[in-house]
Design a protein around this ligand. Structure first.
Ligand SMILES: Nc1ncnc2c1ncn2[C@@H]1O[C@H](COP(=O)(O)OP(=O)(O)O)[C@@H](O)[C@H]1O
Ligand SMILES: O=P(O)(O)O[C@H]1O[C@H](CO)[C@@H](O[C@H]2O[C@H](CO)[C@@H](O)[C@H](O)[C@H]2O)[C@H](O)[C@H]1O
Length: 463
């Protein structure tokens, strides 16, 4: 291991985007590129107003600083994941840059997280073909699987650049789907401004040369509220969310119609259906070994999966792929916006880039309404507060969302109830696996959802 990968090993385990939680990374460098900075004027970035996520003070930057873009394979993961790590190498530690230090190399150079360094963030914007006079930036402070850099100083329109942390050969659907919707004039996704691809040779892949997306830029919409936060607040206030959910259902259907118009669709063949059902069973088998609580529920889940074999299927098309309340934003006008079309990070890219069932997204959002109630119960201060959480909130939201979707969609969801339950179960099984790995205290939420979906009450409603 060289000194750069040695520095990265410890640092990466502390990053929210490091997917191998609890494991020690075993890193191998597969690609290294030095970027020449195009900016000619000295940076004049003032410290950001968000101290916890501000970029380093560039005024003390040294002249021989270098931008290094690395791709590293983590062999601790199976299959080995490929991480994108842009860094800035400097001979000194600029004032304020201490928190973004990755480590010191054998030749006494300091490595910094590029996302927080103005040398990298300015050059990134240039390579994304975005022209902005004021390139001061800040890093998005919330929970994220990737890293978003926001350029919103001064009077120009604000921009957000997302750097993908896990990269793959081939398209990243976050880029392709939002580009297609932007080109077709849809306002329900932020406008795509540009993207950056990389080409590398990776001994862990068969291709001679791999090409994949590394980052993209889109308009940053100020003043939007996160759907998850709005929903939690609404449930806490005892508000009826039906009308908001109905509007979200309509927007979801509109986006599905848009994706079906811009990108290929096809009828689900028998082979597709067998493939979906086999995939559900496979995921359940993996999840059951990760989550022992699923063992007793497995036969009942499998029965729902098998019944989907004979159900009618709507056409397959490109979809969001990891749809939940954390992926939707509400404009001050009340309109909903969809972001993060990358699909479920735990699924292979090949599965995330082919035509899929729109029912997967519908099921994802239904699960998310259930999560609102589950999360509030889970985080309640005491038993009384826990008992006060009204499960009716989720039922009303689910009903409103389905009504809105049905009103706007070409897919008649009422004809697909059984299939929708199978997709909802598959999502809850994914969540159980996700929570067991990332937030074990939240595991009871998907488990309760699964128990409900295989309950007698639910079976009776499906008959
Ligand atoms: N274009 C945008 N305008 C305003 N806020 C945004 C925009 N894109 C993303 N965000 C905010 O950043 C968060 C993280 O973005 P997301 O694409 O979900 O990243 P990740 O793939 O890392 O999870 C979103 O939940 C939202 O709050
Ligand atoms: O990181 P991403 O946003 O791409 O998605 C992953 O993390 C989500 C959690 O942050 C996870 O979603 C689950 O928790 C949500 C509440 O935090 C809830 O609304 C979703 O219904 C539930 O699935 C998502 O599954 C995962 O891929």
């Amino acid at each position: 291991m060289d000194s750069t990968t040695e520095c990265l090993t410890d640092w990466m385990t502390r990053q929210r985007w490091y997917a191998g939680k609890g494991r020690i990374p075993q890193l191998v460098e597969v690609f290294r590129e030095e970027w020449q900075a195009h900016a000619t004027t000295p940076y004049d970035g003032a410290p950001s107003s968000e101290p916890e996520s501000s970029t380093a003070d560039p005024s003390s930057a040294d002249d021989d600083a270098r931008i290094i873009v690395l791709l590293v394979r983590d062999l601790a993961n199976n299959p080995p994941s490929l991480y994108h790590v842009p860094m800035v190498e400097r001979s000194t530690i600029p004032k304020g840059a201490g928190p973004y230090l990755i480590g010191r190399t054998d030749d006494d150079r300091y490595l910094f997280d590029g996302a927080f360094d103005p040398l990298y963030t300015t050059e990134l914007l240039h390579r994304l073909s975005v022209t902005r006079a004021d390139t001061r930036s800040r890093v998005h402070g919330g929970e994220q699987s990737n890293t978003s850099i926001i350029y919103d100083q001064g009077s120009e329109a604000a921009v957000v650049a997302k750097i993908f942390r896990l990269v793959h050969t081939g398209e990243n659907p976050d880029v392709t789907l939002q580009t297609a919707l932007t080109s077709a004039g849809y306002r329900s996704v932020p406008r795509m401004l540009g993207y950056l691809s990389g080409a590398w040779h990776d001994p862990y892949e068969h291709e001679e040369r791999s090409v994949g997306h590394l980052a993209f830029a889109q308009e940053f919409i100020p003043g939007v509220q996160d759907g998850w936060q709005i929903a939690l607040q609404s449930s806490a206030d005892g508000e009826d969310f039906t009308a908001h959910a109905e509007r979200l259902g309509r927007t979801t259907a509109e986006v599905h119609t848009g994706l079906a118009a811009c990108l290929p669709t096809r009828e689900a063949t028998l082979g597709d259906i067998v493939g979906f059902v086999a995939g559900w069973h496979q995921r359940l088998a993996i999840a059951t070994s990760d989550v022992p609580e699923l063992r007793a529920l497995r036969p009942a889940i499998e029965a729902v999966y098998d019944s989907a074999q004979d159900a009618p299927w709507p056409k397959l098309q490109r979809i969001h792929g990891d749809y939940h309340l954390g992926q939707v934003l509400r404009r001050p006008s009340g309109e909903w916006l969809l972001v993060d079309f990358e699909g479920e990070p735990l699924r292979p890219l090949l599965e995330r880039t082919r035509a899929d069932s729109p029912l997967r997204d519908v099921a994802g959002m239904l699960r998310s309404f259930d999560y609102v109630v589950g999360a509030r119960r889970n985080t309640a201060a005491d038993e009384a507060a826990r008992d006060a959480v009204d499960p009716e909130w989720a039922r009303a939201a689910r009903a409103g969302f389905l009504d809105g979707y049905i009103a706007e969609s070409e897919v008649d969801l009422r004809a697909h109830r059984q299939l929708l339950d199978a997709f909802e179960l598959d999502k809850a099984v994914y969540e159980a696996m996700y929570e067991a790995r990332n937030r074990p205290a939240w595991l009871p939420i998907p488990l309760a959802g699964i128990r409900y979906l295989v309950s007698e009450e639910r079976l009776a409603a499906r008959r």
